[in-house]
Design a protein around this ligand. Sequence first.
Ligand code: NAD
Ligand code: MG
Length: 390
Amino acid sequence: MRRISVFGATGSIGQNTLDLIRRAPDDFDVVALTGAHNIKLLAQDAMALGADIAVTSDPARLAELRDALAGSGVEAAAGDNALIEAAARPADWIMSAIVGAAGLAPGMEALKHGTTLALANKESLVTAGPLLLGEAARHGATVLPVDSEHSAVFQALIGEEMEAVERVIITASGGAFRDHPLDALEAVTVAEASSHPNWDMGQRITIDSASMFNKAMELIETKEFFGVSPDKIEAIIHPESLIHAMVGFNDGAIMAHVGPHDMRHAIGFALNWPKRRSLPVERLDLAKIGQLNFRAPDSARYPALKIAQTVMEEGGLTGAVFNAAKEQALDDFIAGRCGFTDMARKVDACVDAMLSREGLQNATITLDSVQEADAAARALTADITGTAKG
Ligand code: NAD
Ligand code: MG
């Protein structure tokens, strides 16, 4: 039996992870499940899977969680420290599927204890890649990518030498507005931005897909995780989203990872690694699919990609600033304080301003310095008003 914890268990990735665990109840012993506000679901899953502890990140919801778990024998806890304590509990494998920068500290704690970290939380790599991977190396812990593109790159690289890698091509669906008139983008609503043409995901990543901030994050994630230089990393629009990523080698070969739009593939790959086991995902009918299309991303439509290039080139704490600015701009858009296209303007202005006034590139990356850069970037971004509204 492998001891397993799922951080962000109530979210989209978390629920897909639990689905796989439920299908093989004899293989897994569930240690901790964590969530934020959906206490009912958290308690229900913790009891059904026989978890040792359920943790909500929100201390105000502890009593509610205790009530929901009463008599079940599942412990209840709340708050950021409780998340860290849960990450310190002995486990063989932890899914890191909290959304946002809040995922970094529990992931770091798990690595300290040598636990294998299945990393869906891309923000950890964007904000503090060298810190996270340094911690993993120090403790001999494994980090496995769960973002579908990075799982695809990881799989394409099995048995290969990094010296032979010429390019990494990350595919993008183009999001909700890939064919929307450019001059109408300014006025799109939160509801319109929250629907994805191909994938069913949490609201924040879905809006980030429409703005391509998600792809921007993934380019940075590629640089951090695989140690590939920015000039070798490309994004390409692939509307079918069936090729998740490609790796080009120095002999001209390109290895492409093809699979259905189902996160249970990347999650299951990380869960079963280093083996492959059968997964309950659709088998593609290529004749029925007929064709796969590609086009270059339009920089006017997707300004986030250019900002990602700057972040990759500057390094240091620039990623932490970028991620925090993006999270703040997204909060502002969701709350109606700025328009859709204002998000990129705000993030660009914040990254520019912080790069010119501080030594971000050469700063040492620690949990504290990341938190400081994060707070400063959020405050600055909140103050930058958009042109459409706000
Ligand atoms: P989601 O919003 O559906 O779920 C997020 C989870 O984090 C929930 O359990 C929520 O309760 C918890 N949470 C939210 N705020 C928290 C906080 N401050 N502290 C602790 N827990 C908190 O998100 P998701 O779509 O499942 O994405 C999770 C992560 O995986 C993100 O980093 C996302 O970018 C990444 N990811 C998601 C997908 C996908 O298909 N959904 C694909 C690739 C990568
Ligand atoms: Mg992805």
